[in-house]
Design a protein around this ligand. Structure first.
Ligand SMILES: NC(=O)c1ccc[n+]([C@@H]2O[C@H](COP(=O)([O-])OP(=O)(O)OC[C@H]3O[C@@H](n4cnc5c(N)ncnc54)[C@H](OP(=O)(O)O)[C@@H]3O)[C@@H](O)[C@H]2O)c1
Length: 321
């Protein structure tokens, strides 16, 4: 089968497409015929050798996938061959960008009926991250306000949709070129991330949700309510000037239960995916160049692994870069 591989850490040019044997599922695992696989910032972190969780090369890149269960390993009772699923391969976030991938049965779920494979493959890690950030770590509640740093990105758009859907107000810190898209999600309060003082005139935030890193969190801290929390999925660094502020960093934990919660939101139309550039598996290196700054369509980059076989996603042709 064809797989997107690296044999050493480095720039996008270490990414190669090669033939490797189809992997076999072990206990608690399923073999998935991959229809589509997401491409994400943490794929670049893995490719560069900066991930704390991924294995040494050679390795197959990719964590998010959608496809059809081909076979199941021992001790798998929740899935059977033919099931259409979406989710993540394993806690090492590797192995999805290939024609077949082994996935932990506890990290996948039945694909939302209303999503195409491309859309479903765009969602798992970013949507689960948003859910955990907002509800499990920030414990945001109806009537509260959260300040989302990087609200226009893949995780941020889900945070915004989930928050507004739950009656939680959002202040979105974004680059102004994304303002129209973020307003279209229903956000009324937008802050220019390039402003000299992004916290100017703001107070009473129940949480600051950091998807950007750098010094943005510290610059926004004056807007945080006393007792408010800072949650980051980007930076595990402490806030030395604000030691009293409760701060947490976490890695997303994609589970069947959390995916099932998202499936319900997708099926009820409460959250929507945003697929950006769609590329064939053979152009995975180009997708990595996009991660490194090459222009691409707004939204999630997705590799279409099985073109022609699966139902096309509406608008995907227009989204192709
Ligand atoms: N710990 C975990 O488990 C976990 C899970 C998921 C994601 N993450 C991390 O979370 C981050 C966000 O992920 P994502 O998938 O949402 O990425 P993304 O789609 O690239 O979104 C990031 C957004 O932040 C914006 N941004 C970056 N730097 C900015 C700045 N200085 N000022 C204003 N806006 C800025 C980007 O704008 P531009 O495109 O204009 O730069 C983009 O809109 C990534 O670093 C990712 O690796 C971590």
């Amino acid at each position: 089968m064809r797989a997107v591989r690296i044999h050493r850490f480095g720039a996008p040019d270490v990414v190669v497409l090669e033939e490797i044997p189809v992997p076999q599922p072990g206990a608690g695992e399923v073999l998935v015929r991959v229809a589509a696989a997401g491409v994400a910032p943490w794929d670049a972190i893995i490719r560069e050798g900066h991930s704390k969780v991924s294995p040494q090369p050679p390795l197959t890149l990719g964590s998010d996938l959608a496809g059809v269960v081909e076979s199941v390993g021992p001790k798998v009772s929740d899935f059977k061959p033919g099931d259409e699923i979406y989710g993540v391969t394993n806690p090492q976030f590797c192995g999805a960008q290939a024609e077949y991938a082994v996935a932990a049965a506890g990290m996948i779920a039945v694909k939302p009926a209303g999503l195409s494979f491309l859309e479903a493959a765009s969602a798992p890690v970013v949507a689960v991250t948003a859910w955990q950030m907002l509800f499990e770590y920030a414990e945001a509640k109806r009537g509260q306000t959260v300040m989302v740093l990087g609200a226009a990105g893949s995780v941020g758009r889900y945070v915004v949709q989930m928050a507004l859907n739950a009656g939680i107000d959002v202040v979105a810190v974004i680059r102004m070129r994304d303002a129209e898209m973020v307003r279209a999600l229903g956000v009324e309060r937008i802050v220019d991330a390039d402003a000299a003082d992004p916290a100017a005139g703001l107070s009473g935030m129940n949480a600051i949700l950091d998807l950007i890193g750098g010094d943005m969190t510290e610059r926004c801290l004056p807007a945080l309510k006393l007792g408010g929390k800072v949650i980051s999925v980007v930076s595990a660094k402490p806030l030395p000037r604000w030691p009293e502020v409760p701060a947490a960093f976490f890695y997303a934990e994609v589970t069947t239960d959390r995916l099932n919660t998202l499936t319900e939101l997708f099926d009820r139309g409460k959250i929507k995916p945003m697929v950006g550039s769609v590329l064939p598996l053979a152009q995975a290196r180009y997708a990595h160049e996009m991660l490194a700054g090459h222009p691409h369509q707004p939204g999630k980059i997705v590799l279409e692994v099985m073109p022609n076989r699966w139902s096309p996603v509406p608008g995907a042709a227009a989204a192709r870069a």
